[in-house]
Design a protein around this ligand. Structure first.
Ligand code: ZN
Length: 312
């Protein structure tokens, strides 16, 4: 969980806590509260200086009610929680919530790699695969709040693996950290792989062992790059962006990931108007934090936020 205090598009202070998502979100709310209070104290500020709380959540959310709509084995209790009531009762603050990939895209759009672009999409490569899109200068949300953010659950292999979402052959089920251990153990080369005794499998390990010549790791790397590239083309075909931003923890290996996706998109995306620019995130971990004020102002109105600030 990345926690920060943001003002005028700048992250003034930030910290990180383990998500402990298997234990549920209710147990983590006091942790979040303590972290905010600690950051504010560092800055010699208090809750009365705050306009509100913005939450980026790795799931489908209802921005109108502030509720989490689904869980995928993480924070299983989240849909039952009334986060707005909690924020009001515990902190005396309003709360706005949005999908985490959308927030990352908004951060990049306002202050990062997407500045000045009206049509753009993003993929966050991480535990899962997040996506989001801005079309004609508007963040895409759709009738049920799920437009743009389910790219990771677009089908890339119709006879493939069953995903946590219920679909078969989702990009996320075919190539994400969440499914990586299953993917590796499903390969014929795993038993003889230099990774077979690793306590946890992540892409850092895959790229490292692939570069050292391990066949299992190289196979998984190349498979994953193809899955992410196919997903990128799907997004280009769905949302007609001029720019596709790649973010998320796996982009720590941008020197491996970026050229592969860039080249595939240039070769296979059907864009007679020209070429889609594929660029890395500029804000990295901070992208969603940077979007915090935008979300509060969008959901509560700029006037309401300014009033809160004036009253403080
Ligand atoms: Zn899925």
């Amino acid at each position: 969980m990345k926690i920060g205090v943001v003002r005028d598009g700048r992250v003034l202070a930030q910290t990180i806590r383990p998500s402990e998502s298997k234990q549920g979100l209710a147990l983590q709310l006091p942790v979040l509260k303590a972290a905010w209070l600690g950051l504010l104290a560092e800055l010699r500020l208090s809750l009365r200086h705050c306009d509100g709380i913005s939450v980026s959540f790795p799931s489908l959310v209802d921005t109108a009610t502030g509720r989490v709509l689904t869980e995928y084995g993480k924070f299983a209790d989240a849909p039952a929680l009334d986060l707005r009531a909690w924020a009001n009762d515990e902190l005396g603050l309003v709360l706005a919530i949005e999908n985490d990939a959308r927030m990352a895209l908004v951060g990049e759009w306002r202050a990062g790699a997407g500045r000045g672009v009206d049509n753009l999409a993003m993929i966050t490569l991480g535990t899962g695969l997040g996506t989001a899109a801005v079309m004609e200068g508007r963040l895409l949300r759709g009738q049920h709040g799920q437009a743009g953010v389910l790219g990771g659950h677009s089908t890339v292999r119709y006879g493939g693996r069953t995903c946590s979402c219920g679909n078969i052959g989702c990009a996320e089920a075919e190539a994400s950290t969440a499914f990586l251990a299953d993917l590796a153990r499903g390969t014929a080369e795993f038993a003889g792989s230099s990774m077979r005794d690793a306590a946890t499998l992540d892409y850092e390990l895959i790229f490292k062992h692939a570069a050292a010549g391990d066949a299992c790791a190289a196979g998984l790397r190349d498979h994953s790059l193809r899955v992410w590239s196919a997903l990128a083309v799907n997004l280009v075909h769905a949302y007609d962006p001029e720019l596709l931003i790649l973010g998320g923890g796996i982009m720590a290996a941008a020197e491996v990931v970026l050229p592969a996706i860039r080249e595939y998109v240039a070769r296979h995306a059907h864009t007679p108007w020209g070429k889609v620019r594929v660029a890395p995130s500029e804000l990295g971990d901070q992208a969603a934090l940077v979007a915090a004020e935008w979300l509060l102002e969008e959901q509560l109105g700029a006037d309401a936020c300014r009033r809160t600030r004036a009253a403080a």
